[in-house]
Ligand binder design. Structure first.
Ligand SMILES: Nc1ncnc2c1ncn2[C@@H]1O[C@H](COP(=O)(O)OP(=O)(O)OP(=O)(O)O)[C@@H](O)[C@H]1O
Length: 269
């Protein structure tokens, strides 16, 4: 099995501000990885470091054994697709927006979409249930629909690695599960590697093979959901009392919050 992405003692950050430091991990092709950690712990900063949006301060990011900073923009866009949190206000149609994902494959002076590009865009729109919205303006869609359209556009890049920044934040439980099942399907069938920032620890445990738990700009723990999502780790990183049980069907950890009132009633400090 091939190593897809390797970070060695990587650091990056903002001018005179927050930085992430000493980040090291290695992902095998086809891994479904979750990045977890409290607000402000550096998850998005890590994504911006991996994508090359923030310059490397020290260490390295290797993609298929090549220094990522040496790849051209076009090469990078054919390897890595990023879906960030956003509220799209552009007035282009969903179909036009999704087709923009084919840009890295356009030839110089190619002004029209090829039939092959349109077929690929329709395929991913159908998979993400956005085909029915194809003639609508992006600005008219709900937050969840926009998220699905941006995933369709990212998939059109035909990437080896998909970076998703809280993709389920606008989705209800049905759509969260549908979305995670779709990612799992793409991961199984296309061997698409996924790195996803997830706030819902139970969802992360259920779907991810590997978890990276951030605290104050550093990795606190990394490994399987069973090893990372212990109540000790969660309480330490999130400073919140939780109960962790095992899902009787999947065998994965499930994280339950406990209210302060209940803790007082039980005399738990
Ligand atoms: N453009 C920026 N310039 C300076 N500081 C920033 C910038 N963006 C984020 N930060 C700071 O970096 C820190 C880490 O932010 P980051 O977005 O990486 O956290 P996060 O773990 O993704 O948080 P959340 O779960 O709330 O999305 C925060 O303290 C934030 O204020």
């Amino acid at each position: 099995m091939k190593e897809l992405l390797t970070l060695n003692n990587f650091s990056c950050g903002y001018k005179n501000g927050f930085s992430i430091n000493g980040i090291s991990f290695s992902l095998i092709e086809g891994t479904f990885t979750g990045i977890i950690g409290p607000n402000g712990s550096g998850k998005t900063t890590l994504f911006r470091g991996i994508s090359g949006d923030l310059p490397v301060r020290s260490g390295s990011v290797l993609f298929e054994d090549r220094d990522l900073s040496l790849l051209t923009l076009r090469e990078k866009a054919q390897k890595i697709a990023i879906v960030s949190q956003f509220t799209e206000t552009t007035h282009i149609t969903v179909e036009e927006y999704v087709l923009m994902g084919r840009m890295p494959y356009r030839k110089p002076f190619q002004f029209f979409d090829k039939a092959e590009d349109i077929d690929i865009a329709h395929h991913y729109m159908q998979l993400t249930n956005t085909y029915r919205l194809r003639d609508k303006s992006m600005a008219e869609l709900s937050g969840g629909e926009q998220q699905m359209a941006s995933i369709a556009s990212a998939l059109c890049q035909n990437p080896a690695l998909l970076l998703l920044d809280e993709p389920t934040s606008h989705l209800d439980i049905t759509h969260q599960v549908k979305f995670m099942n779709l990612m799992q399907k793409l991961n199984d069938e296309l061997k698409l590697s996924v790195i996803m920032i997830v706030h819902d620890l139970t969802l992360a445990a259920e779907y991810c093979d590997y978890l990276i738990m951030m605290k104050n700009g550093r990795i606190h723990r990394k490994g399987s959901p069973e090893n990372v999502l212990t109540y000790e780790n969660i309480e330490h990183v999130y400073d919140t009392v939780v109960v962790v049980k095992i899902n009787p069907v999947s065998g994965k950890p499930v994280v339950f919050p406990v209210s302060e009132r209940r803790l007082r009633e039980l005399n738990i400090p």
